[in-house]
Write a protein that binds this ligand. Sequence first.
Ligand SMILES: [Zn+2]
Length: 184
Amino acid sequence: MRDLRPAGWVIRTYRDRPSLQPDQLYLEAIGRPVWEPEHRAAGLRQISSKTRRLVLERDGHACRRCGHAAGEAYADDPSAHVRLTVGHVNPHRSGSAAEAEDLITECARCNETVKHLTGVQMTKEQVWDRVTELRRRDKQELLDWMKADGRAMSQMERVWAMYRQLPAVLREDLKRDLDSLLGS
Ligand SMILES: [Zn+2]
């Protein structure tokens, strides 16, 4: 599965689909045919677990494209939960082991292949309408995100993203600790 995901395959588990049992998987989107020689390099290019960890930490455990953190529900689709993957910036470039600078943290939904396959892509005009509705200060901030090709996260959002990727038990612990720290 780890090898298929960078090639655009979307495989769901019980963690992002509550209707699934822990031993069930759901194939949501078929990616590039990694068994064909020209796709093998893209799909199966090795990402070491150390590199994967580095990339997730660098990106603050949040999708670089939409800013959602692992396990969060999407603002516009609360039934879907964010699943982060480490993908290649340029999936068609072949080579040896992938380095951190070739990689990006993104959620499954932001994966280009998924958008292509599900056909839920919005038109430029639809997006532009929303852009013009923003206040001037927000427009400026949006432009900064566009130029950086990523959402600038505040210190608090970074901590939130880190918190979100902890297992539920540890999140409970941390919540209790902060609660008692604040004496509420
Ligand atoms: Zn995303």
